[in-house]
Design a protein around this ligand. Structure first.
Ligand code: HSE
Length: 308
């Protein structure tokens, strides 16, 4: 028996919501988990690239694979151990770009294994295991349930989340550069502590952002897509971010520009033809930096992960 699950990409943080805000995007990976017919055959992990996103050789094909590790946590939860299993990952989400590719494969592997096992885990358990495997809940929650989510990981490891309607006319443009940035590296440049002043800045921007989304208030949203606790430390790693942010300031119908997750992709939120009117200037910035781009304007993905 085998089960395949389709999982969306995600963009996390959305400016001030470090490690708690995220939304799902209509770019998908498909993860298939099957019990192997031959007992004793062990673990088999295959990567199928729909686009050239993976350095296939660098991905562990053994117990160190992140999908396998997440599945192992699920088996442990039900008091079993994984024996013979085949995992196939069909990738469409660019890897190491800040688009939740690791969250997608973790969530897909867990959901597929859970189906195979007869669904011993409910959504809450899957989210808690996925967050443990990923280290933070902001990508895994929208990857599982879709939409725009605020997630909180609690002291006991459980995840509380709220899903809030994303305004359909707020377009999400993802500027994906041709180079990778490992999340571990992007997290390593963050300080151990932040000042009360910066923490307070983020708290008020994040709280207002939720209200802006809830009330579909574009003018308020323009004031909220700011951050002082991760972007300032990461911007040196993200080519063009400072320049594009400056360019987007005060452009009509551009609500803001933020780092997508831990980068290096950049997320621009706009209305009407706000992005299109600025696209040439954005391309010129990256041309000067010799960075090739894949630019996609998308709407939010509301379905989340599904068995296919
Ligand atoms: N919140 C995480 C970070 C997202 O910014 O490190 C990583 O995709």
């Amino acid at each position: 028996m085998k089960v395949s699950v389709r999982v969306p990409a995600t963009t996390a943080n959305i400016g001030p919501g470090f490690d708690c805000l995220g939304l799902a995007l209509p770019i998908y990976n498909e993860i298939t988990v099957e019990e192997t017919v031959m007992p004793g055959s062990g673990i088999e992990i295959n990567i199928i690239e729909d686009i050239d996103t993976y350095d296939v050789l660098s991905i562990p094909k053994d117990e160190n694979n992140i999908v396998y590790k997440a599945i192992e946590l699920l088996y442990n939860y039900i008091g079993q151990s994984v024996s013979d299993i085949k995992i196939t990952i069909k990738t469409n989400i660019p890897v190491a770009r800040g688009l939740g590719s690791s969250a997608a494969v973790i969530v897909g592997g867990l959901m597929a294994a859970n189906e195979l096992l007869g669904k011993p885990a409910d959504e809450a358990v899957l989210l808690s295991i996925a967050s443990e495997a990923e280290g933070h809940p902001d990508n895994v929650t929208p990857a599982l349930v879709g939409g725009f989510c605020v997630s909180s990981i609690e002291d006991d490891g459980s995840v509380t989340y709220s899903k809030i309607d994303w305004p359909q006319d707020w377009k999400l443009t993802i500027i994906i550069p041709d180079y990778e940035l490992d999340t571990m590296i992007a997290r390593s440049v963050l300080p151990e502590n932040v000042t009360i002043k910066d923490a307070s800045f983020n708290i008020r921007k994040c709280a207002m952002l939720i209200d802006a989304v809830y009330r579909h208030d574009s003018e308020l949203m323009k004031k909220c897509l700011k951050d002082k606790i991760h972007q300032p430390y990461r911007e040196e790693l993200i080519k063009g971010f400072k320049e594009v942010t400056q360019l987007c300031e005060n452009k009509e119908d551009i609500l803001g520009c933020v780092i997508s997750g831990s980068g290096p992709a950049i997320l621009i939120i706009s209305k009407n033809d706000g992005f299109e009117k600025t696209e040439n200037e954005i391309n010129a910035i990256f041309n000067d930096l010799n960075v090739n781009l894949d630019i996609r304007t998308l709407t939010v993905e509301n379905q989340g992960s599904i068995v296919v």
